[in-house]
Write a protein that binds this ligand. Structure first.
Ligand code: ADP
Ligand code: MG
Length: 727
């Protein structure tokens, strides 16, 4: 083992920190700590006058407008609670279109006349904030002379305390908009889309004669994949620091081929970190539930219990933040990038989605009796139709430079959207599509012409891991979401497109009902007609296969290979109308998102390309040249004493050729990096896609080839073999 490797291993394996107090194990009382740092319903109930509590409860649970008259009372209670927990500051916590979270802290402290100070926090402070918005991306929504934006309290998502060794602050989830009322964030359209879904879903439920439902909301549970690596390696890799992924790195002798990592026992240091992460999340009320090793070495997963989509989206951000923050206490760095390492699996986020009533009914749960089954089939058909009609939007909702590495490769669902239903359900749908002709004579599900739905096992473990959109017993799992992205927009799209399908299908149903048809035959007709059109989207086979790519093309399904292709669909006429019709995003808001995301693509690839060039030029090339010098010195010295040194000569020739190849690739990358491709963000993004990315790949190839032959002692970057296997 070389000295350098030894150094890394020793530091990585011994110098991590056990969160201050050594190995002392303190049992965690989950019931006691869960939510202790969140201002949830229980806390409100115990601190607010009954009338105020009931008013805010109606807003949270039934979606009734917030009564501004109660703001001062709630603010006072919230402040007292926060101060008791050591908070000195508060922040309006929001989600700008960077996909990250933003916060600016203000102290509670106001000086008083006597020269002292008191903690103050009014209803106005709670309800509205005015951060300087000029530095957040707005995609042209905000002229520079009107740089201000405002944040507005979202009472439906609990405020929480963020703790640090030296203090604490109160974080209040808020929406973020311009003064002209345009949404500058992820939360606003998510809330609007939930509203649209609520209206249409209740309309359908009314047709099925379901009473007592005040609200339908989408439910989301998203499984987060991530890597944990030793910080020692991280800080020695400029590519990881600047771009979140390795831009160089030869395939290690051992990768994931032994399949020995998935569900394997969790390394001790990693487990300590996970337990700490979970404890922190429990305390702010994030219901994390599962943890395990993932497929790639050093890759893991964490998943919470599902919640209403708005809270789930906030909590998802908190999961990412907490993972990154707590990892550092253990000398680890959490990588959330979609593809941190070439040649082994990347990370995604499985977005489990369903619809639920305030009475606790899951609308995608098959149910036990024919009526429930019929209703389930109606909602399920609406989802299938939605995916078929709006493949472009779903694809665009997960489009990013990072995710392009996954969706194109055979490790994650392909860029082609399709729906997996499972054999049983696919069979039932095939029968339903043929129509109600065979009627109820077969003793079927009322008029639907099929046998009563077999009791679908609730946790029908999904047997198809390759589908981008799979039915998994009582929910759909959208698997194409990127690991680092906010889950908000994918859920905005899901809510929007299902709302539209429910709208269309409810209208079809109403027409038939008012024409005198009974519910069963009307439902059967609608389902049959819709499925007849949408069935090309249903696919139960291997999504990774070449055949599927050809078959999908035959079926006329979209295959939007890159993020730029996909994002361009956002502003198609059909999509502008969809978002406007349901009041989710107006045309300006939609165009601004298109602009921002294309720009982000361009900027990200640009940073990667510049970093690739810098590493190749200032680290890899000098290492290779230094090694060549050493070899040629040996050759010269050998010649003097009459040695032929054939092996050294061959090695020197090999290294020299490698340097030539790197140099040529580097010159091309440099040319492409200096070219702009055009003036618009869009032209620049296309330049990145078509010219810069291939040039970067060539430099990487040359660099990785050198890594295999240059003296390890001289190699300036920690290798995959070290990063992925030293824990
Ligand atoms: P599986 O492992 O088969 O995907 P799980 O029950 O473990 O099934 O679910 C994985 C994720 O799906 C979890 O985050 C879970 O909370 C979430 N989930 C379960 N039911 C629903 C639902 N009705 N709506 C949204 N998410 C759900
Ligand atoms: Mg799953």
């Amino acid at each position: 083992m070389s000295k350098k490797t030894q150094d890394y291993n020793v530091v990585a394996a011994t110098k991590y920190r056990y969160n201050g107090n050594g190995r002392t194990y303190l049992p965690m009382d989950i019931e006691k700590i869960f939510g202790e740092n969140a201002f949830g319903l229980e806390e409100m109930k115990s601190r607010l006058p009954k009338s105020v509590f009931n008013s805010i409860l109606a807003t949270i649970e039934k979606g009734e407008p917030l009564d501004p008259g109660i703001a001062d009372t709630v603010a006072l209670a919230m402040k007292e609670w926060a101060v008791e927990r050591g908070a000195t500051h508060f922040t309006h916590w929001f989600q700008p279109l960077t996909g990250l979270t933003a916060e600016k802290h203000d102290s509670f402290i106001t000086p008083n006349k006597g020269g002292g100070a008191i903690a103050q926090f009014s209803g106005k402070d709670l309800i509205q904030g005015e951060p300087d918005a000029s530095s957040f991306p707005s995609g042209g929504l905000r002229a520079t002379f009107e740089a201000r934006g405002y944040t507005a309290w979202d009472p439906t998502s609990p405020a929480f305390i963020v703790e640090n060794d030296n203090g604490a602050y109160l974080a209040i989830p808020t929406a973020f908009a311009s003064w002209t009322g345009e949404a500058l964030d992820h939360k606003t359209p998510l809330l609007r889309s939930m509203q649209a879904l609520d209206v249409q879903a209740r309309r359908v439920l009314a047709l099925f004669d379901v009473k007592d439902v005040h609200k339908v909301y989408s439910t989301v549970g998203s499984e987060q994949e991530y890597f944990l690596i030793d910080e020692e390696f991280f800080f020695r890799r400029p590519d990881l620091i600047s771009t979140g992924r390795t831009l160089f790195g030869a395939k290690p002798p051992k990768g994931q081929e032994l399949e020995d990592h998935y569900f394997g026992s969790i390394p001790d240091r990693v487990l300590s970190c996970m337990l700490d992460v979970e404890k922190e999340l429990y305390r702010i009320g994030v219901p994390v539930k599962t943890r395990h090793n993932e497929v790639a070495p050093s890759q893991y997963e964490i998943a919470p219990l599902f919640e209403n989509a708005n809270i789930a989206a906030d909590h998802q951000q908190l999961i990412m933040l907490t993972l990154q923050r707590v990892a550092r206490k253990y000398g680890l760095v959490c990588l959330l990038h979609e593809k941190p390492f070439a040649g082994i699996n990347g990370s995604g986020k499985h977005n489990n989605w369903s619809m639920s009533t305030d009475t606790g009914m899951n609308l995608l749960d098959p149910g036990d009796n024919p009526h429930d089954n019929m209703q389930f089939l109606f909602f399920c058909t609406a989802v299938v139709r939605a995916v078929y009609k709006h493949q472009d939007l779903l694809r665009a909702s997960v489009a990013s430079a990072g995710n392009d590495h996954r969706l194109g490769a055979n490790e994650a669902p392909p860029a082609i959207m399709s729906v997996f239903l499972g054999e049983q359900l696919e069979d039932i749908f095939a029968q339903l599509e043929k129509g109600p002709a065979r009627s109820s004579k077969q003793g079927g599900l009322l008029g639907l012409g099929v046998p009563v739905l077999p009791h679908l096992p609730r946790h029908a473990g999904d047997r198809n891991r390759t589908s981008p959109f799979a039915f998994t017993g009582n929910k759909f799992e959208f698997r194409a979401v990127g690991s680092s992205q906010s889950i908000s927009f994918p859920n905005v799209v899901l809510n929007a497109i299902v709302a539209e399908s429910l709208d269309v299908m409810a209208t079809m149903l109403e027409e038939r009902l008012s024409g005198g048809k009974d519910l069963e035959s009307a439902v059967a007709e609608v389902i049959s007609e819709v499925l007849h059109e949408a069935k090309p989207i249903i696919f139960g086979g291997d999504n990774y296969s070449e055949e599927w790519h050809r078959e999908a093309e035959r079926r006329g399904l979209l295959n939007l290979r890159t993020a730029v292709d996909a994002l361009d669909r956002l502003t198609d006429e059909k999509n502008v109308r969809l978002f406007e019709k349901y009041g989710i995003l107006n045309e300006k808001e939609l165009r601004s998102r298109h602009e921002i995301w294309v720009e982000q693509y361009f900027k990200r690839v640009n940073i990667e390309a510049e970093t690739t060039e810098a590493i190749a030029r200032t680290m890899i090339l000098p290492a290779a040249v230094g090694y060549l010098r050493e070899l040629t010195e040996i050759l010269a010295g050998g010649a003097q004493v009459g040695l032929t040194c054939d092996g050294v000569r061959e090695t020197a020739e090999e290294v020299s050729r490698g340097i030539d190849a790197l140099r040529r690739a580097l010159d091309e990358l440099n040319r492409q990096n200096r070219a702009l491709g055009g003036d618009t963000v869009h032209e620049k993004a296309e330049h990145m896609r078509d010219h810069v990315i291939p040039a970067m790949a060539a430099v990487r190839q040359a660099g990785d080839d050198l890594e295999r032959i240059v003296d390890h002692e001289r190699w300036p970057l920690p290798t995959y073999r070290e990063i992925l296997f030293v824990k």
